[in-house]
Design a protein around this ligand. Structure first.
Ligand SMILES: NC(=O)c1ccc[n+]([C@@H]2O[C@H](COP(=O)([O-])OP(=O)(O)OC[C@H]3O[C@@H](n4cnc5c(N)ncnc54)[C@H](OP(=O)(O)O)[C@@H]3O)[C@@H](O)[C@H]2O)c1
Length: 185
């Protein structure tokens, strides 16, 4: 769908993990500066896309249109628990169909995880916003993308045609920054 701009968002530890060994995003990965950045980005987005376990859980979440990946249905269906959510099984229907069903034909789509969902869109991101907490390590944690930790998240983004822009500091005291990885022209 040419009218859709696809953006990805994640915060990862120094070793490229988005959650701990229990597959839970720990307090160690939560920073006010990053949360503000993420909230503002989702408030601007026209559609949020995530797997069934990756809801962002913010004050404005009920207002946001979203597509939730699940294998509990065959193709596309309304989410009985949320009038603004569309359930989507990519094995049975295209992403474009899911967006149409959600009522979004143009604008910005924010992909917010988890790892398999990030992986599905690797060749489609216009920009991937990679936040990293450089002092946090989560040994045995859940890698942010398929292919981590054999490769770093940065190596994977670069291998998919994305190039790092200038990093913005989100929390100087804790060494947390976000880098936009943009598709080469
Ligand atoms: N640090 C960060 O920025 C960040 C970002 C995102 C997530 N997280 C954390 O990561 C953890 C969640 O990770 P997760 O691995 O459970 O990922 P998830 O993608 O949120 O949820 C997995 C579920 O999504 C559905 N799904 C995923 N891929 C699918 C596909 N190709 N086709 C159909 N359904 C699909 C399945 O749902 P069904 O079981 O219903 O079939 C699957 O069980 C949470 O702790 C979350 O907080 C952290």
């Amino acid at each position: 769908m040419p009218g859709l701009r696809i953006e990805g968002y994640v915060i990862v530890s120094a070793d490229g993990m988005l959650a701990n060994a229990d597959r839970v995003m720990p307090m160690e990965l939560k920073f006010e500066g990053d949360a503000k950045f993420f909230t503002a980005a989702l408030d601007r987005a026209d559609l949020i896309v995530h797997g069934r376990h990756s809801h962002e859980g913010q004050a404005n979440s009920p207002q946001r249109k979203r597509v939730v990946l699940t294998r509990s249905i065959g193709t596309i269906a309304p989410d009985p628990s949320n009038p603004r959510a569309t359930l989507w099984n990519p094995a049975g229907a295209s992403f474009e169909s899911a967006c149409e069903q959600a009522g979004v034909r143009s604008g910005t789509v924010a992909i917010i995880g988890g790892p398999a969902v990030f992986g599905m869109f690797m060749d489609r991101y216009d920009t991937f916003w990679l936040s990293q907490a450089k002092r946090v390590r989560l040994p045995g944690g859940e890698p942010c993308f398929p292919g981590v930790p054999a490769k770093s998240p940065q190596q994977i983004l670069a291998a998919h045609g994305l190039k790092a822009g200038e990093a913005q500091i989100l929390d100087g005291a804790n060494d947390v920054s976000v880098t936009p990885w943009r598709r080469r022209g």
